[in-house]
Design a binder for this molecule. Structure first.
Ligand code: HGY
Ligand code: MN
Ligand code: MN
Ligand code: MN
Length: 399
């Protein structure tokens, strides 16, 4: 029986990013497809029946596919330069938990499925939790089909290239009915679990979060022939906007706002950009406050752009309101894990999308660095195994 660490070790060379460090495993990239292949092979070794649904979600069944099953899973795609655990820890722990349950001689009263959701990070097509949003109908299939990656490929075309028919994307009543309860194990991505004390926590809520794109348009020109006073440089406006984002969020308790991605166009060293795209990630427990923050940022951006002789547009890419997990299921998780702290998370998850449709819950495993979406994300071997044991305890109580 392999430990979680051994399972993760077996994929530790897949999708390494030698430029950024860490891992870059965009959905349907060679790396993520290799991880999908690894999962299918691991599931096959355990005699789990594997199928991929019309939205690209992989289901590995212990027992016949049926309504009201117990489902656990996570994702295999990553952010650019991400850590080894965000996503794969939940999938590897689910495989290890099946081994533990079988070793305990557990005879399930209902089928158990392990799921792998595509595009949880939204790193390639821009919308996070794209697979679970399609499954639940939380995103319009047409919008999903037309999402484009940085190379201009549509999600429809890339999905078609992976044996899916994008015309079948959308809410899947039959698949949703199969989820009686959903539990996701995930690496803790903040400092919620310190070095001392319990290594496992139970999730209670997910902070509301959204993504917006700001496009600042100026006058593209030559870096050498354009006098400073004659410029309308969108990069100069963008720099001030990023500062305004930080100041606006820092002044609002519990708010978080980030510009993690910025693209000058055309992006030449000796070229004054004609426009700059910035992607904004704003989060707060209250949806109305998030909306007010975005409005304030947009207003400041318009003033800054005008001062620099530029203009700015803002478009919403995706939004998920604050989610509280199913109270009864959360209590069952707490009963199965006596002494485990209860943690609200600032990170989005497929469990958060599903929480709006089926009983959904999460458990978190200690990350001693408290850093995530970075190569520094870490889980100690013992804690990883404790996580699989905790997941087995939780699942046993629900089977
Ligand atoms: O962005 C998030 O919170 C998650 O990691 N997708
Ligand atoms: Mn993540
Ligand atoms: Mn994740
Ligand atoms: Mn020239």
């Amino acid at each position: 029986m392999e430990t979680v660490s051994q399972l993760l070790e077996s994929i530790s060379d897949v999708g390494r990013d030698t430029v950024r460090g860490g891992y870059s495993r965009p959905v349907y990239s060679t790396a993520e497809l290799d991880l999908r292949g690894w999962f299918v092979e691991q599931a096959g070794r355990r005699g789990l029946e594997v199928e991929t649904d019309r939205n690209g979600i992989i289901w590995a069944w212990w027992g016949a596919p049926e309504k009201g099953a117990l489902v656990t899973g996570s994702h295999l795609d990553s952010v650019p330069g991400g850590g080894a655990f965000d996503g794969p820890l939940g999938v590897a722990s689910a495989l290890a938990a099946v081994d533990v349950l079988r070793q305990r001689g557990v005879q399930p009263n209902r089928s158990l499925a392990i799921t792998v959701f595509p595009e949880e990070e939204g790193s390639r097509f821009g919308v996070a939790c794209l697979g679970s949003r399609l499954l639940t109908g939380a995103i319009d299939p047409d919008k999903a089909r037309n999402l484009r990656d940085a190379d201009g490929n549509t999600f429809a075309d890339v999905s078609r290239g992976n044996a899916l028919d994008p015309e079948h994307f959308g809410r899947d009543e039959e698949a949703l009915a199969r989820i009686g309860d959903f539990v996701e194990l995930h690496v803790e991505q903040g400092r919620g679990l310190g070095e001392e004390g319990p290594a496992i926590a139970v999730g209670s809520s997910i902070l509301g979060h959204g993504r917006w794109k700001l496009t600042v348009s100026g006058q593209g020109n030559h870096a050498g022939t354009t006098l400073m006073q004659d410029r309308a440089d969108p990069m100069v406006a963008a720099a001030q906007i990023i500062l305004a984002v930080q100041k606006t969020a820092a002044a609002q308790p519990d708010a978080r706002a980030t510009v993690g991605r910025l693209e000058p166009i055309p992006g030449g060293t000796n070229v004054i950009a004609s426009r700059v795209q910035l992607w904004l990630d704003v989060r707060h427990p209250e949806d109305a406050v998030t909306a007010a923050l975005v409005e304030a940022i947009h207003g400041k951006a318009q003033k800054i752009a005008a001062f620099e002789g530029c203009s700015v547009t803002l478009t919403e890419e995706s939004y998920s309101g604050t989610v509280h997990f199913d109270a009864a299921l959360q209590r069952q998780l707490e009963n199965a894990l006596p002494g485990a702290p209860v943690l609200a998370t600032g990170a989005g998850h497929d469990a958060g999308v599903l929480a709006g449709y089926v009983p959904s819950g999460m458990i978190f495993v200690r990350n001693p660095t408290g850093i995530s979406h970075s190569p520094e994300e870490h889980v100690e071997d013992d804690d990883a195994d404790a996580g699989a044991g905790a997941l087995a305890d939780v699942l046993e109580g629900l089977l």
